[in-house]
Ligand binder design. Sequence first.
Ligand code: ADP
Ligand code: MG
Length: 195
Amino acid sequence: MKLELVDAKKWINLFVEKLEKNQTDLNELDTAIGDGDHGTNMKRGAEAITAAFEKKDPENLSDLYKATAFAMIQKVGGASGPLYGTAFLDMSKAVKTDNLELGDLLQIGTDGLKRRGESDTGMKTMIDVWQPVSDALKVNKFDQKVIDNALENVKNLVATKGRASYLEEKSKGHIDPGAQSSAYLFESLIEIMGA
Ligand code: ADP
Ligand code: MG
């Protein structure tokens, strides 16, 4: 399945809505295993995305993902801003000449996260949501269960990257905040795919 511009816009706008609605929950997750700012960071990014789209309505997929990337890089801050920013910037470049299957597109985003974060699956980060979602889309088996399973898995992991890694074994039993914000991104995708 490929996402056309009108649906991709709905996707990002829904993500923005969820970030604004769940700021407190994301901060609480980050308070448990980080510094408590992930919700505030992502809310700033969400507002910046809205402002960018209002300033200039994206005319194609590449512009849409690029504006999203820049808003994240410029306004989110923390570790997550450059990470989300890199994922969306790589996706923006990838769709410049041709649209891609969603699984392939999100794999490019996931590879960007891994490169920028010098990280991989199993380290208790957002990658533990991006990778299984990309894999499921490639074989047309993407649904809410994929996200729920990814969050359950991430909860049981010991963090080896990011702030949560300072807690070592104590990071176990908590959902990673970046994994949760990524879950909102992909729950938004499910909503627009079903529409
Ligand atoms: P900070 O940790 O600087 O306060 P945030 O709280 O906004 O930044 O974001 C934290 C999230 O970033 C984590 O929950 C995790 O998902 C993600 N993260 C942090 N470091 C890495 C990394 N090296 N690779 C992938 N994801 C990471
Ligand atoms: Mg934080």
